[in-house]
Each structure stands twice: as C-alpha cells, then as structure tokens.
Design a protein around this ligand. Sequence first.
Ligand code: HEM
Length: 450
Amino acid sequence: MEISCTFDILLSTISSFVPILICSALLLWFFLQWRPRHPRDKRLPPGSMGWPYIGETLELYSQNPNSFFSIRQKRYGNIFKTHILGCPCVMISSPEAAKIVLVSQAHLFKPTYPPSKEKMIGPEALFFHQGAYHSRLKKLVQASFVPSALRGSVPDIEKIVLGFLPTWDGSTVNALQEMKRYAFDVAMISAFGESLELEMEGIKELYRCLEKGYNSMPLDLPGTLFRRAIKARKLLNETLRKLIQQKRESSTSIQGGGGGGGGLLGALLGAKDQKLNHLTDSQIADNIIGVIFAAHDTTASVLTWVLKYLHDNGHLLEAVTREQEEIRGRIVEANRGLTWDDTRSMPLTSRVIQETLRRASILSFTFREAVQDVELEGYFIPKGWKVLPLFRTIHHSEDFFPEPHRFDPSRFEVPPRPNTYMPFGNGVHSCPGSALATFEGNLDGLKNMA
Ligand code: HEM
C-alpha cells in the first residue's frame, strides 16, 4: 500500500514535469533553429529577424509587400536581413549588389524554389539548375527565341491575333483572361513550332488545372487543387511523351536519325552533347512545360498593364494610335502581312512597353540561395540563406527613375543606368524570352489599333 502510494506520488510528480519538459525542448529547438549561426567577428546585414521561427512572415502577409520592403529599406539601407516563411533572407535593392548576386558572383548563389513548385513544373527544367546542364539547355532555349528564329513565326502569331479580334469586337471582356488566352496560344506555337489542332484542347485543360494548383497551398490531400494539379501534371507528361515519340519516329524515317520538327521542341529533340547524348523524354517534357509556364502569365500580365496605362493616359493612347495607323497604312498599301521589321519600327510603342515593364515590375524579385558563406559589400551571408534581389524596389527608386510613380515612357529616350532596369533579370538566369515578350506587346498594340 505504502509502496503504491509512493509510486503514485512519483508518477504524478513526473507527469507534472512532462509539459514543462516538452515546452523546454520545443523552446530549445526554436532557439536553435532561429539562433544566427555565424562567426561573432563577421557582420550580418542590419535588420530584424522577427519572432523565433515565424520571423517577420506575419508582417509580410498582413501588409502590402511593397511597403514591407520599402519601410525596411529606408530603416536599414539597401542590404538588410529578415526571416520569412521559415528562411533567413537577405534583401537587396542596390544595383551593384544585385549585379554581384546575379552576374559577377552568380556561381555563389543558386536559384531556389519550393519543392512543390519544382514538382509541378518538373525537376529537370532549366530554372532549377546551375552549371553545365543549365548552360546546355539555356543555349537551346535562347536559340529558339532570338529574333532570327522568331521572324518565321510572325505570320502565325499575326494569325492568332486576327483570330481573337472579332471575338473582342463590341463586347466587354476580361482583359487579363483574354491576354492569357492570347499568350498561351503564342507560347504553344513557340514551344511546338506549329498549331497542335488535335491535342490543343486537352493540353489547355490540363495546363489550366496545373496552373490553379501551382498557386494553391501545397496540400497533397484528396480533393485539393494541389492533388488535382499533380494528377494533371502526370497526364500532361503522358501527352508530351506521345508527341515526343511521334516526332522522334517521324524524324528517324525522314532524316534517318536526329531531331526534327520546329519550335523549341524541335531544338530540344535535335540536341546532342559532345558525347552525342540526346536529352531524355522527361528532360524535354519538363523544359517544354517550364517555358510555357514562364512565358504565359508574365506576358499576359504585362499586356494587361499596357492596356491599363494607355487607358489612363489618353494623350499616349492617341500618340500610339497614330504610330500604329502609320504602319498599318504601309502594310495595306503594300498589300502584305506584318513583318518582324515592322515591329522594330515602333519607337513610342516600344517605350510604352519598356515603361510598363518598369512601372508594373511584374516579377518583383527573384530568389537565390548562398551555396557557401559569402561576403557581400562588407556583410556576411551564411551558407543556406536566401538572397532576394528586389527588382521592383530598384525600378521604383527616385535615384534612378525620377518621379517613379509617374507613367512616363519618355524616360526611356535615354538608356537607363546600367543594372538599374532588370524586367528580364540579369546574368546567367536572365530571361531568354525577352524578345518574344516585347514582340507580343508590339503586335498586340498594332492589332488593337486596327
Ligand atoms: C514580359 C514577359 C516576361 C517577363 C517580365 C519575364 C521575366 C523573367 C525574369 C525576371 C527572369 C529571371 C528570373 C531569375 O533570375 O530568377 C526570367 C527567366 C526566364 N524566362 Fe522570362 N519573362 C517573360 C517572358 C518570357 C517568355 C515569353 C519566355 C519564353 C521563352 C520566358 C522564359 C523564361 C525562362 C525559360 C527563364 C529561366 C531562365 C534561366 O533560368 O536561365 N520568359 N523571366
């Protein structure tokens, strides 16, 4: 009896300590996670790491992200630290420091994406890589989107726009949705080199599902958008594999081997490295999907902003209309279709697009991760920390763009200062689709005036 009583006391004493022990263990774990691990003599950038573990995530999500960045930039300067979404981060808003991260010391900062995004697009897409594999793919993608390669697509892209125009005539449309439809069709032509009548609707539907899941919470549970998107991604892979197989077979029977077909797919199919290794089906599929992803939403957003800024600035709309009417007159007179050179002779329209890219800065920043301990402009950045060059903050700096909130295309009559204008990024991972994106804008401007 006495023994069991002592045992009870012992048990109740221990059990009253259990919550304290668990809390202490959790606190210790939080502390270890959050505690800066860096040598004491090295200087981290100024800034606040916020609360243990959650850092400043709540502040970021409870206010306009632009204010979050600009308040801290004013308080701490062009390089500051913070802690968001479980990651210690360094934010960069000086052109010189951004150049170091993206260009001159790019090998020290690798691109970094959440694993769920990588899974959606496909882990072998070029965005996620550094080094030899990345540069091999980048050359192939770039070659498919240089002006000389795009020239041949002008009639096809013109045909797409001409197909859309009657559907917009006299009706109220959702500009962003329409620009998305247009940008998707152009992305498909660029990716496959031809219009895929048979497969188009199926691919569109799967892609739509994938896109919804990409922007949702990554919860792999029955019924979630994420789960549906993963399923759509698998089906998309199957469709692409069949297409790749067909192209491989047709090019073997016609040419006796090698690649074939047009667009990016043709370039990827024909690619061999020094050891004559072809790209695998999954490498090709991931990169086709990756390029469609990169080309679609970005271009559609910029086109929508162009429409908005022209709508808000009547004098510019008139001047752009005059410029476009002049070119249209020449085309009608010569009884010919639009050419690449026509789209190069629209100085005002081009400046409107440049200013839209600055003012709207649709890719506000990009993510990198330090691959080793790095020293940047006198500050220490520990290995594994995220580094974010803030394009939007640089594009909206008074120092480089006076009255930054004014929409003023004339500011591009003189070239911006080096490394202050980066709508397409900078360095090894800069956008290979910049010529196509601006061409789509010029063409859209021209046809909208028609
Ligand atoms: C106006 C529209 C567009 C904007 C604003 C834009 C912007 C950007 C930016 C800022 C980057 C660099 C990201 C980084 O450094 O992490 C990038 C990368 C990329 N963009 Fe675009 N982009 C646009 C349209 C396109 C188009 C039409 C294509 C189609 C080819 C494309 C394909 C890519 C690819 C494949 C990458 C990754 C390059 C790499 O990792 O080496 N983009 N884009």
